[in-house]
Design a protein around this ligand. Sequence first.
Ligand code: 13P
Length: 248
Amino acid sequence: MNRRKTVIGNWKMNFTHKETASFLEKFKTNDLDKNADVIFCVPFTDISAAVNALSDTNIKVGAQNLYFEEKGAYTGEVSAKMLSECGVEYVIIGHSERRSLFNETDEIINKKVKKALEYNLKPILCCGETLSQRERGIEYDFIRTQIKSALYGISKEDAKNIVIAYEPIWAIGTGNTATNEQAEEMCLTIRNCVKELYVEEFGEKIIILYGGSVNTKTASELFKMENIDGGLVGSASLKDDFSVIVNA
Ligand code: 13P
């Protein structure tokens, strides 16, 4: 099965508007693998700078969150429609930092995925277990539950626009990348879960990424695994040599 390699940078709360412009103006001069989809998920305040800097490239811009309501009295929140009008094409939903620091539940995440799809934004749906869940041997059941809850009530037609990212919490920002086998096994589990929810053929097509301390040294072996279609990259996407990961 030929799935497109997809490499996404999640900048988290880093880079100002000005820093975004100068980083991306330089980044886009790299010779990038034409067979890879490259996306930068930037802070809200950096979206216009990113869209401007990348307008003459195939690199896409994503956001890191949205709110599930249409509009109204939700101080501080940003809607799917607002993002879509700004030229955003992707949006990260359900990142473990939002689940743990901002109390996002599976139910909230499901509503956000639906709202993103309504506005033709491609959700980058994140899932991942804690170290203690892995030590207790419940990681596979836990991830399957996260995936099923997030995709609840979503049609196959809509689900085609979703990218799934497996990011074990113990691997995020720790320098402890999961082994190729650990990452592959969970991505395969997720793919099988999608096949059960929809149809076999669709499960083969959906893009599934690994995230958690991906760097220039670990990327190429991870990306060679059969069920890993690329990466969701945090700190290493803030460095000039992120292109090495894209080309891995
Ligand atoms: P790091 O690559 O910094 O570990 O972050 C991973 C991540 O959370 C991407 O969404």
